[in-house]
Design a protein around this ligand. Structure first.
Ligand code: HEM
Length: 230
């Protein structure tokens, strides 16, 4: 009317109709809403992590340590918000959790292909996870592609070998370690949460439950970066 082109609204830019349509927020049981929407929100942030890690790898390959560190910098903050989401799930009652667990059947976060992508892209490459029950053929293809790609820790090592400025190398290493440290805290919080609800029982994917997650908490996605001298 005023001659200006119609600009997309907030809802259109965020595709909120489509997003909220597929978000698990419609269940009558509000405990399930909390449980499922928390997982969906984690998956969105796993996708964001993958984008940032890819961008950091590109920056390292271009010899730009400052940009690589900037791409990695938000990741520990994002991971700590995901740790807080576990705190939210800890407010479920044992009965509410048991009802959700029954409804889950054999479904589990263990089947998060994006989480394995984060591990593979960084450099923690346990190929046994390719056989995870519940992965689609697309999931497996994406994971195989990640295994063929250069890992972030390989890119870091080549950058460190070629870089004449030790401070620049340390800046990148510090950012990567901050990220992996935050992930270690996420893994530990996850294990405590599983212990709270499962005690010594097995997980829905059939693992040893909290015991499995405590072992997993010792994994580092960037083992060679930790091993490198600072
Ligand atoms: C009350 C909440 C939760 C409980 C009790 C729980 C429990 C478990 C258990 C027992 C496992 C081991 C596999 C199995 O046997 O199922 C597992 C794996 C996993 N869960 Fe959760 N989980 C919870 C919430 C979440 C959330 C919110 C996420 C976010 C996406 C998540 C992501 C994962 C991932 C990525 C794995 C694989 C970890 C690995 O192999 O290192 N979980 N979970």
């Amino acid at each position: 009317m005023n001659g200006r082109a119609v600009e997309p609204s907030y809802g259109q830019i965020l595709q909120l109709d489509e997003l909220l349509q597929s978000a698990c927020v419609h269940d009558e049981d509000v405990d399930s809403v909390l449980f499922l929407a928390t997982h969906q929100s984690c998956e969105i942030f796993f996708a964001v992590m993958l984008r940032h890690l890819e961008a950091a790898r590109t920056a390292l390959d271009a010899g730009d340590g400052a940009l690589a560190a900037r791409r990695v910098a938000p990741l520990p903050i994002i991971v700590s918000t995901l740790v807080r989401q576990f705190d939210g799930l800890a407010t479920l009652t044992p009965a509410a959790f048991d009802a959700i667990r029954t409804a889950l059947g054999s479904a589990s976060g263990f089947q998060s292909a994006q989480f394995r992508e984060v591990e593979y892209l960084c450099g923690l490459r346990d190929t046994r996870f390719l056989n995870t029950d519940g992965f689609t053929e697309d999931d497996r293809a994406r994971l195989r592609k990640r295994l063929e790609e250069r890992s972030v820790q390989e890119a870091y090592h080549d950058f460190a070998d070629d870089c004449a400025d030790p401070a620049a190398v340390e800046q990148v290493r510090g950012a990567l370690i901050d990220f992996d440290e935050a992930l270690a805290m996420w893994r530990a919080r996850h294990a405590v949460l599983a212990e709270r609800f499962l005690g010594g029982a097995t997980g829905t994917a059939g693992s040893d439950g909290a015991k499995y997650l405590w072992l997993a908490a010792r994994r580092r996605v960037l083992p060679d970066v930790w091993a490198a001298a600072s």
